[in-house]
Design a protein around this ligand. Structure first.
Ligand code: BGC
Length: 926
C-alpha cells in the first residue's frame, strides 16, 4: 500500500513538474514528408512538438543539414531563439541540382528542457537549371499520333554493370504518361505530369527508382496519352491547345557503389510504337483499350523492338520546366456496388452509392475480341433510367476489347469520369462488384459460357492531399452535408480545382475555387495544391492584370476580368495565409494580387468600377414563373464594386504582412475612395441598397462597405428579406459563402441556423433530402418530382455551394485562427451553439498539431472540450454569464493558474490559454 502510494505521488510529481520528455515529430520539408524533387532554392522546414502538454512553447531550435550519402554537415542554423516551428527557411549555401539531403532538428522549451535530435528526414532537389537536363525531347513521326489517335509507347534498354546504390528518374511529357522499369510501374501517381499552363510551366516528376533497377540489363517503357495537353477542352472541339504531338523527356541518374554515375536520357536511341493497346483517349470522351494489342514485355529487357520506329529529337524549350510542388493524383477509395440491376429500359446498371471521380476496374475472362462498353452517369432519371443528358457533349465512355483466354484486369489510363452509376454492355454473364480477395476468382466456362461472372468496382482518383479536418454534430442531415462537401472536394481537386468532373467542362473555374477555398483548407491540406495552382493563375494573368475565368486558361486571353472570379488572385492567397501562416504564398502571389487590383482601378472612373462583363451572383434564386418579381437579381456592378473593395483590402493585408508600407498607404487611400464611390452610387441616405437582395446586403456587410452607422439596419434588412422568402436563401455563387457569417457577425445566429437547417428548395439540405452524396451545382438540380433542371447546366458534383463548410467549422464548432497569428499560431475557439444541436465538434490538423473543439449541451450545462496544440496559444470564448459559472476539469477558474480570464465579449467570457487539453463546463445561458 505504502509502495503504491509512493508511486502515485512520484507519478503525479512527474506529470506536474513536466519531467516527460520533449520530442520533435512530424518533420516536413515544404509541407511534405521526405519530398523527392524540389526546385525551391531555400526549402522551408516544419516540425511539431510533443508531448501535448499545457503551456508548452518552443523557446529555441537548431536545424542541422547534411548530404544524404556522406553525411557531411552542410549547414547548421545554430541555436536560434524563438518559437518558429513552421516554414523555417534553409539558410546555407546554394543547394545542388538532384542532390539528396537529410535534416534534423532539436528544440528547447519554456519548461527548461531540450529535446534530443529528431529522427533524420530527407529531401531531394530537382533539376534546378534548364542546362541540368541532358535529355532531349523525343517524339514519334507516326501519322497516327494525332488527337484522336492511339497512345504511344516509348522504350529503351540499357546495361547497368555495377552495384547500384541509388537511382532517380526525372520525367515529363507533352500529354500524360505512365512509366515502367523492368515491367514495374514507376510511382503511384496518375494523370501525370498534371495540369498547368504548360507552355509557361510544365511540371516534371522525380522518382526514386533504386528498387526497380537490376544489375545488368534494364529497360524503361513509357506510354503517353493525349491528356489535357491536346485533348479537346471547353467547347467547340477546342483541341491541341498546347500542341499537336506528344513528346517525352526523361533522365535517369544512377549512382554506383564505386562512386561512378551513369545517366540514361531520352534521345535518338529510343524506339517508339503506335501499336499499343490504348487506341483512343480523351478527357471528356473516355478511352478505348484493345487488350489484344498489349505487348508483353515491352517495358522489360529482351523485348524485340526491331519493328518499332525510331524517334526524333526535338528542340523544345526546357526553361518552362518546373518541379512538381503539389501532391500527385493517386488512387484512393474503392467502391463496390450497392446495387446491380436492370433499368426499365432493360440496361444493366451498377450503382456505387456515391457520386465519385475516377474510373472502373474490371476483372473478366472472355473471348478474344469480346467488347465491353462502360458508360458513366451521376443520376438516374424519374423513371429510373440511366441519365447522361447533363454530361452535354462528354461521352464519358470506356471501351475494352478483350485479349481472351486468360483473366484480364482492365481500367483506363488517360481519362477520368464523374459518376455514381455505370451502364455496362457486352458482359453477358453475371456481374459482381466485390472483387475476390486474391483477384483471381474461378469464374470460367460453366455451361460453356466464356465468363459467368465478371467483377467491376469503382476506384477514386484525386490529388493526394492529407485529410486534415472533420466536422460532426448531432444532426444527421448536417453530417451528410459535411460528407457531400468533402466528396465535392475529393472529386474536384484533381491536380487543379475544377468546377465539375463529369460534363464537357472540368475546368479550373476561378470563381468556384475562391468561393470554396477556405472550406477546402479545413477538410484537407491544400497548401501545396493551391500554391501550385495560384502560380498558374499568375502565369495566365494578362499583362494588364486581367485574371482569367478558368486557370489554366483555355478560353483565350480576353476571357477574364469578372468580379468574384478574378478575385481568386487575392482571396485564395489570403485564405491560404490564414490557414497555414505561410508568408511565401503572399510573397509569390503579391504581384498578381496587385496586378488585379490595378486592373480594377484602371477600369474605373471616379473609383467606380462599372464596366466589362461579369457573371454576377451566378445561379441565384429565380423562380420559373416570376410574375411578381421574386428573382434575386443583384446589380452586377454593385457586386463588382464590393469585390473591388475586398480585393483592395486583401492586398493591403498582404502588404502589411510583407511589410510593404508604401503600398499599405497607397491602397488604403484607394480603398476609402472605392467605398465612398459605392455609397454614392448604390446606397440611399437611409441605408437601402439599390438591389434589395440578400447577396447585396451580404457583400456590403461582409466587405465593410457601409459606415458603422448603417450596418445594423442593413443586417436587419437582410434578416427581413430572408423571412420574406419564408426562411430561404436566394444567393448564388458570390453571396452564398458569406451569408451565414454575416448573420452571425450581426447577432442573427438563429437566422443563420434556420437557413442551414432549411430542407426545402433553395437550401443546403434540400439536395441532402433528395439523396445527394455530393454538392450540386444548382439548388434544385433535381426537383421534388424527380425531374431535372436544364441539362445544359446541371452538374451533381460542383463544390461552390459547399462553401458553407467554413461556417460549420468556424462558427458552429468555433475553430478559427486570429489574423494576427495566422496558421493557428494564435487560435480562436468560439463555438456558436444553436439550431437545436445537442453537440458539435471539429478537429483540424494544424501546422502545430491537432486542434479540436467539441461542445455539448447536457443537463443544462454547456460543456466544451478543447485540445490546443503545443507551441500555440488560444483565446477561448465560452457562452456564459460570468467567469464564476465556468469550471475547468471541475475546478473553478481562479484555481487554474494557466487559464487567464481576459474579459467579456457579448454573451461570451473570454479566456486565454496555452497548449493542452481542457474540459470546460458552464451553466447554459438561457
Ligand atoms: C461553370 C461554373 C462557372 C460558371 C461561370 C459554368 O459553366 O460550371 O461553375 O463558374 O460557368 O460562368
Amino acid at each position: 500500500m505504502k509502495k503504491n502510494f509512493f508511486f502515485l505521488v512520484t507519478g503525479v510529481l512527474i506529470i506536474h513538474t513536466g519531467f516527460s520528455q520533449l520530442t520533435v515529430k512530424n518533420l516536413r520539408c515544404e509541407d511534405r514528408a521526405n519530398p523527392v524533387g524540389l526546385d525551391i532554392i531555400r526549402p522551408r522546414f516544419s516540425w511539431q512538438l510533443q508531448p501535448d502538454q499545457r503551456n508548452l512553447v518552443q523557446t529555441a531550435y537548431e536545424i542541422q543539414i547534411g548530404n544524404k550519402w556522406d553525411k557531411r554537415e552542410i549547414w547548421n542554423s545554430g541555436r536560434q531563439s524563438g518559437s518558429e516551428s513552421v516554414y523555417v527557411p534553409y539558410g546555407g549555401n546554394a543547394l545542388q541540382s538532384a542532390k539528396s539531403y537529410y535534416w534534423q532538428v532539436r528544440v528547447w522549451d519554456n519548461k527548461g528542457r531540450v529535446s534530443g535530435w529528431s529522427e533524420k528526414a530527407f529531401w531531394q532537389m530537382g533539376l534546378l537549371q534548364p542546362g541540368d537536363w541532358k535529355a532531349s525531347w523525343i517524339e514519334s513521326e507516326s501519322a497516327a499520333d494525332s488527337v484522336n489517335g492511339p497512345a504511344l509507347l516509348f522504350r529503351k534498354s540499357f546495361n547497368s554493370a555495377k552495384k547500384i546504390i541509388s537511382a532517380t528518374v526525372f520525367i515529363t511529357t507533352h500529354g500524360m504518361y505512365e512509366a515502367f522499369i523492368n515491367g514495374k510501374r514507376i510511382g503511384d501517381g496518375f494523370l501525370t505530369p498534371g495540369w498547368t499552363s504548360y507552355n509557361k510551366r510544365l511540371q516534371y516528376q522525380v522518382y526514386d527508382v533504386t528498387a526497380l533497377l537490376d544489375k545488368g540489363e534494364n529497360a524503361i517503357g513509357v506510354m503517353t496519352g493525349s491528356g489535357w495537353y491536346r485533348t479537346a477542352l471547353a467547347w467547340n472541339n477546342n483541341k491541341n491547345i498546347y500542341g499537336k504531338k506528344m513528346a517525352l523527356l526523361l533522365q535517369l541518374e544512377i549512382n554506383y557503389s564505386d562512386g561512378s554515375r551513369q545517366t540514361i536520357i531520352s534521345d535518338g536511341s529510343w524506339k517508339t510504337s503506335d501499336g499499343g493497346p490504348v487506341r483512343f483517349s480523351e478527357i471528356y470522351n473516355g478511352e478505348t483499350y484493345d487488350a489484344r494489342l498489349e505487348k508483353p514485355g515491352w517495358d522489360s529487357p529482351g523485348f524485340d523492338d526491331k519493328t518499332w520506329q525510331n524517334v526524333v529529337e526535338k528542340d523544345y524549350p526546357k526553361n518552362n520546366l518546373i518541379a512538381t510542388y503539389n501532391e500527385p493524383v493517386r488512387k484512393h477509395e474503392t467502391f463496390n456496388a450497392v446495387r446491380i440491376f436492370k433499368t426499365p429500359k432493360g440496361e444493366q446498371i451498377i450503382d456505387f452509392g456515391q457520386n465519385l471521380v475516377g474510373w472502373e476496374t474490371i476483372l473478366v475472362k472472355g473471348k478474344s475480341g469480346d467488347t465491353i462498353t462502360v458508360d458513366h452517369a451521376e443520376v438516374l432519371d424519374k423513371e429510373g433510367n440511366f441519365y447522361t443528358d447533363n454530361l452535354r457533349a462528354a461521352k464519358s465512355q470506356n471501351i475494352y476489347v478483350l485479349k481472351g483466354g486468360e483473366e484480364e484486369i482492365l481500367n483506363p489510363h488517360f481519362t477520368f469520369h464523374g459518376f455514381r452509376y455505370v451502364r455496362v454492355k457486352g458482359l453477358n454473364g453475371q456481374i459482381r462488384s466485390v472483387f475476390p480477395e486474391n483477384k483471381s476468382p474461378t469464374h470460367n466456362g460453366r455451361n460453356g459460357k466464356p465468363y459467368d461472372v465478371a467483377y467491376l468496382s469503382a476506384v477514386t482518383l484525386y490529388s493526394d492531399m492529407e485529410p486534415t479536418g472533420q466536422f460532426t454534430c448531432s444532426n444527421p442531415m448536417l453530417n451528410q452535408l459535411q460528407h457531400n462537401i468533402q466528396w465535392g472536394q475529393k472529386g474536384n481537386f484533381l491536380d487543379v480545382p475544377t468546377d465539375c468532373p463529369q460534363r464537357d467542362e472540368r475546368l479550373g473555374w476561378t470563381g468556384d475555387a475562391q468561393a470554396f477555398s477556405r472550406t477546402a483548407s479545413y477538410n484537407m491540406g491544400v497548401h501545396n495544391f493551391f500554391s501550385k495552382w495560384l502560380k498558374d493563375v499568375a502565369a495566365d494573368q494578362s499583362e494588364d492584370g486581367r485574371v482569367p475565368f478558368v486557370v489554366p486558361n483555355v478560353l483565350g486571353p480576353m476571357a477574364g476580368g469578372s468580379a468574384g472570379w478574378s478575385d481568386v488572385s487575392t482571396i485564395i492567397p489570403w485564405n491560404m495565409w490564414l490557414a497555414y501562416g505561410d508568408p511565401k504564398i503572399l510573397e509569390d502571389q503579391y504581384a498578381s494580387m496587385k496586378g488585379w487590383v490595378n486592373f480594377m482601378a484602371g477600369h474605373s472612373r471616379d473609383y467606380l468600377w462599372n464596366t466589362g462583363f461579369h457573371f454576377g451572383d451566378w445561379l441565384f434564386y429565380r423562380p420559373a414563373d416570376d410574375n411578381d418579381g421574386r428573382s434575386a437579381v443583384t446589380d452586377k456592378y454593385l457586386i463588382a464594386q464590393c469585390f473591388f473593395a475586398h480585393s483592395t483590402q486583401l492586398l493591403i493585408n498582404a502588404a502589411r504582412v510583407l511589410n510593404k508600407q508604401e503600398d499599405v498607404k497607397q491602397y488604403t487611400e484607394l480603398l476609402s475612395h472605392v467605398k465612398e464611390a459605392f455609397l454614392k452610387e448604390y446606397v440611399t441616405a437611409s441605408g437601402r441598397l439599390v438591389s434589395g437582395t440578400q447577396t447585396a446586403y451580404v457583400l456590403a456587410l461582409q466587405f465593410d462597405m457601409l459606415p458603422e452607422s448603417l450596418r445594423a439596419q442593413a443586417a436587419e434588412r437582410l434578416a427581413i428579406n430572408i423571412k420574406d422568402y419564408s426562411d430561404h436563401l436566394t444567393t448564388g455563387f458570390l453571396g452564398t459563402p458569406y451569408i451565414c457569417h454575416v448573420l452571425s457577425r450581426f447577432g442573427y445566429d438563429s437566422v443563420a441556423y434556420t437557413l442551414l437547417l432549411q430542407d426545402s428548395y433553395p437550401s443546403w439540405l434540400y439536395p441532402v433530402k433528395m439523396g445527394a452524396t455530393t454538392i450540386w451545382e444548382r439548388w434544385d438540380g433535381q426537383k421534388p418530382d424527380s425531374s431535372f433542371q436544364t441539362p445544359s447546366m446541371n452538374s451533381f458534383n460542383h463544390y461552390a455551394y459547399g462553401a458553407i463548410g467554413d461556417w460549420m467549422y468556424r462558427t458552429i464548432a468555433g475553430l478559427d485562427t486570429y489574423d494576427e497569428g495566422a496558421g493557428y499560431k494564435k487560435i480562436k475557439v468560439q463555438p456558436h451553439p444553436g439550431g437545436g444541436l445537442g453537440f458539435a465538434s471539429a478537429d483540424l490538423e494544424t501546422g502545430y498539431g491537432k486542434l479540436s473543439a467539441h461542445w455539448e449541451i447536457a443537463n443544462d450545462k454547456f460543456i466544451l472540450d478543447v485540445v490546443i496544440p503545443p507551441n500555440t496559444t488560444a483565446g477561448i470564448y465560452i457562452p456564459a454569464t460570468s467567469p464564476e459559472s465556468i469550471t475547468e476539469n471541475s475546478k473553478p477558474l481562479p484555481d487554474q493558474k494557466e487559464i487567464v480570464v481576459s474579459g467579456r465579449e457579448g454573451n461570451y467570457i473570454v479566456l486565454q490559454v496555452g497548449s493542452g487539453t481542457y474540459h470546460f463546463s458552464a451553466d447554459k445561458v438561457k
